[in-house]
Design a protein around this ligand. Structure first.
Ligand SMILES: O=C(O)CCC(=O)C(=O)O
Ligand SMILES: [Mn+2]
Length: 213
């Protein structure tokens, strides 16, 4: 755990973004101790990437991106069971860095590799029971800037929040964010290069599967 003084200082470097019924903190560019592009290339080369099949309303689809799961615990969503994979040295070092910045502990990371503008992630909430009631999820982006969207789950009067996430940015979603909001990355018309996103999470219990397309 970081010393309390450090945690306060680090949190102060983050911007608290206004969000009804949730909490978002954004570090626009964190110091990763290495070049973000070089780190992205290393992770693309070293991680155990898969293109998972998921079932949505009984139909099977290939997810429009690649993913990899590392951590101390397995994870289940949309009928997929992700087995625990031991931390690599690079991922363990990143986890420690992000734990210091966000003053929160994590025990797993989901990596998503958007190969180009056609890859996407459907709107979803990370509200699986395994993550607990008010999960803190720290999302590190590397590579091409993509637009992250949030939509309130019941208040249709609230506009969609659109947030470009540049390389080396860190977004912390916590409090009631998963309970009241969905988020995702839309496929886009404008061509772009590869993007990696790493969401650090804490699995607390094995529960019911959630859904993400
Ligand atoms: O790629 C992103 O920014 C979002 C990733 C995400 O929502 C997830 O892994 O659950
Ligand atoms: Mn998510």
């Amino acid at each position: 755990m970081p010393a309390p003084g450090f945690a306060i200082e680090a949190a102060a470097a983050a911007e608290r973004l206004p969000l009804a019924d949730g909490e978002l903190l954004l570090w626009r560019r964190i110091d990763l101790g290495r070049d973000p592009d070089e780190l992205m290339r290393r992770l693309i080369a070293d991680c155990d990437w898969r293109q998972e099949r998921i079932k949505v309303y009984g139909k099977s689809y290939l997810q429009p991106r690649l993913s990899a799961w590392y951590g101390d615990r397995g994870y289940r969503y949309s009928g997929i069971r992700l087995e625990p994979t031991p931390w690599t040295a690079t991922l363990a070092a990143l986890k420690r860095r992000i734990e210091e910045l966000t003053a929160t502990d994590y025990n797993s990371v989901l990596l998503n590799y958007y190969r180009d503008h056609n890859d996407s992630m459907g709107m979803h909430a990370d509200d699986e029971r395994d993550l607990g009631a008010r999960p803190a999820i720290a999302s590190l982006s590397l590579g091409a800037e993509r637009e992250f969207r949030l939509q309130h789950r019941s208040r249709k009067d609230l506009p969609t929040v659109r947030m470009p996430l540049p390389s080396a940015s860190l977004l912390l979603m916590r409090g009631d964010t998963q309970r009241y909001w969905k988020h995702g990355i839309a496929r886009q018309r404008a061509r772009c290069g590869a993007r990696l996103n790493l969401t650090f999470r804490k699995i607390v219990d094995v529960g019911a599967p959630g859904r993400r397309s």
